[in-house]
Design a protein around this ligand. Sequence first.
Ligand SMILES: *Cc1c(COP(=O)(O)O)cnc(C)c1O
Length: 370
Amino acid sequence: MSGNFLALAQPGVQQLSPYVPGKPVDELARELDLDPAKIVKLASNENPLGASPKALAAIREELAELTRYPDGNGFALKSLLAEQCRVELSQVTLGNGSNDILELVARAYLAPGLNAVFSEHAFAVYPIATQAVGAQAKVVPAKDWGHDLPAMLAAIDANTRVVFIANPNNPTGTWFGAEALDEFLQDVPEHVLVVLDEAYIEYAEGSDLPDGLDFLAAYPNLLVSRTFSKAYGLAALRVGYGLSTAVVADVLNRVRQPFNVNSLALAAACAALKDDEYLAQSRQLNESGMQQLQAGFRELGLSWIESKGNFICVDLGQVAAPIFQGLLREGVIVRPVANYGMPNHLRVTIGLPAENSRFLEALRKVLARG
Ligand SMILES: *Cc1c(COP(=O)(O)O)cnc(C)c1O
């Protein structure tokens, strides 16, 4: 007799659905027999600029060392990050994407009988990381699509070990200010690790978003996670980082894969971190693209959720799935967010001006067909 290997999976895993990524360009091209070059993908919050030329040059140079294991301690990148983030090297944890950091936290601090608190409409990786280690996910209803921090505080109990908060949040783009964050951190019990996910923080410069790093010294139970996948344009390489006390970093280091960040990613991230021009261009492109999309939505009579990320959720006022399908047939890939409890919205990543126009034109066409 063979075992039922679904029923044998631990209960938390049985209840999970796999992460649904944005539809890859080549997949849509195959399915609809379209020219991949003519497909516009605004589905995964990727940087439309392409990688920094400096990062590409660093990768080319690193290719000569491909036979060697990467530096498992990531010394060069950690040094740069420590300097830029005003922390000690011992406070930096590198991850295979910041996703990896979230999983390291779950593996180190969560277990059956314990729980993690996070918001409704929050990043899909939080329940995956939590339930994968047999812990309970405590999902707190959102307020105006964003985190209800007081309600999240109230949800914390004696078995809570981790709270995941994202600022800005994906997929909603919602955010909270410095005062709200400070009040939250003041009231969170000391035994609860607060993971402040700042995957999009580089886009928020000059806005009223707090810089999580400003709170690290005052709150030893705070971990800030960041990534090179979004504003730094290196999503394919998988590199992100966590900043915390040295104690938390040491704990995460114990459960980390020995070579979790590859050498091409390490080299490219170092180069990208020094490319201020690229980052400035990314921000500028994002700001103008955000204006362009909002103007387009306004013309179409659609509303949206204000966003501080490189993406925006548009409210179609109807079930979005057929519109999503219609856009695919026009060669435009965006992100349905029904699995985030948002059936009437589509999440659109800010693209290049021409990509944004293509999307808006396709949306107009698909909506007009009714
Ligand atoms: C994209 C994203 C991440 C991280 O992605 P990585 O590529 O794994 O670094 C983390 N949190 C949120 C909210 C995101 O949107």
